[in-house]
Structure formats: structure tokens, C-alpha cells
Design a protein around this ligand. Structure first.
Ligand SMILES: C[S@@+](CC[C@H](N)C(=O)[O-])C[C@H]1O[C@@H](n2cnc3c(N)ncnc32)[C@H](O)[C@@H]1O
Length: 199
């Protein structure tokens, strides 16, 4: 996708890009295979490293694409941070199925706290971190768990961890929990870690 040549009338339908950001090229690249071409001042990934079987290699590719002194910013999940009130057996079953399916496929649903050490192993400097966790008693955040369970159903079944019938029941319970007034829902705990490319 290339915004650079997008006609101004179409830009009006993209309010999420401030004017100063309109001169942007979008390019497709596989960070697991090679460094993206070019030298960047800033590279940011969110919820990407958790999907990779070798996140350290991806960080080495990111480092190769950063200019000296450039900054990398990572955000990724830690499924162990889930909470709810009142208690929901369906939520804990979802957390288990998501984590196990990822693990079966060589991925880490709890990669968040590993981010600082991965950055160190990849050779970055000035490493820092923070935690955020979207949560609430109303709004879109309450739907993310049920939506995610629906979207991972095929993968969970393919790994032999649950049947379609069980998943259908869990999804229905997660939606019922989300729609019940006052129930507390959240996303996974999100680790943010950032560092610089040595000069
Ligand atoms: C859960 S989505 C997160 C999307 C977005 N970054 C966000 O925070 O909403 C995971 C993203 O990782 C990307 N991804 C997975 N493997 C990748 C790879 N090997 N190279 C580049 N991107 C990858 C997918 O294309 C997808 O956009």
C-alpha cells in the first residue's frame, strides 16, 4: 500500500493519519526471513514477536535495519496477566487453549517479560520497559477475548486441544460474560520495551 500518491480526496477518509504522516510508503516484508531494506530511525512492532518461532533472529534483522543511534520499540503480550471479576471458567479455559496452541507451534504467548533480555541478546543498548493493560467494565475491550477465541478456533482444533463443540460453548460464555453489566474484562498484560542501536 502506498499513500504517497493517494489523491487528496481519498486522504480525507483516512483521518487516522495526521497530515505530517501522509508521505508514507507501506511495504510488505517477512521479518523472520531478512532485514527490511533501508536504514530507519525508529522501528516499532506490536504483537508480532509473539507469533515468531525465533524472535531473537527477528530482532537481529531489526537491528540491521536501524541506523546507528536509532530506536527500537517493542510491545508484546503476557497471557499470564489475565484477570476477571467475577470469576469466569470460560476465560481461564481460553487462556489455557491460546497459550498451549501457541506453544505447540513454537510461539510464546508469554513473551512480554522476555523482551528486555531479547533486546540485550540482540546487542541493543539503553534498554527500558513499561507495562500497560487495557481493561474495563464496558466498551470494545470487553469483546476482545470472545473475538480472539472465535479466530483461533481452527488452530486449537488442529492442535487437538479442544473440540468444535467445546469451543462453541466457550465463545458463547465469553460473549455472555462480556455483555453482562459490570463484569471486568481485559486484554493480556502488554510489555513495552525500547532500546537503541549502538552508535
Ligand atoms: C496480532 S497482529 C498485530 C497487528 C498490529 N501490529 C497490531 O498491533 O494491531 C500480528 C501481526 O504480525 C504480523 N507478522 C506475523 N509474522 C510476521 C513476519 N514473519 N514478518 C512480518 N510481520 C509478521 C502479521 O502480519 C500481523 O499483522
Amino acid at each position: 500500500m502506498k499513500l504517497r500518491n493517494t489523491p487528496p480526496e481519498q486522504m480525507e477518509h483516512m483521518p487516522f493519519f495526521p497530515h505530517s504522516f501522509w508521505d508514507i510508503d507501506f511495504q510488505l516484508a517477512n521479518i523472520a526471513e531478512s532485514a527490511p531494506p533501508g536504514k530507519f530511525d525508529l522501528i516499532h512492532t506490536r504483537f508480532v514477536l509473539t507469533h515468531l518461532t525465533d524472535p531473537l533472529l527477528a530482532l537481529e534483522h531489526i537491528r540491521a535495519a536501524l541506523r546507528a543511534g536509532g530506536t527500537v520499540v517493542l510491545e508484546d503480550i503476557d497471557f499470564r496477566g489475565y484477570f476477571c471479576y467475577p470469576d469466569s471458567a470460560a476465560l481461564w479455559r481460553f487462556v489455557h487453549l491460546y497459550t498451549e496452541t501457541a506453544s505447540h507451534r513454537g510461539m510464546d504467548a508469554n513473551i512480554g517479560p522476555r523482551l528486555p533480555s531479547l533486546l540485550a541478546d540482540a546487542g541493543f543498548q539503553n534498554i527500558q520497559m513499561n507495562i500497560v493493560q487495557p481493561s474495563g467494565i464496558d466498551g470494545e475491550v470487553k469483546l476482545i477475548t470472545a473475538l480472539t477465541m472465535e479466530n483461533i478456533a481452527d488452530a486449537v482444533i488442529a492442535e487437538g486441544l479442544a473440540t468444535a463443540e467445546e469451543i462453541e460453548k466457550i465463545v458463547a460464555e465469553l460473549y455472555a460474560y462480556a455483555r453482562a453489566p459490570g463484569t471486568v474484562a481485559c486484554m493480556p498484560r502488554v510489555f513495552e520495551a525500547w532500546a537503541t542501536q549502538p552508535a
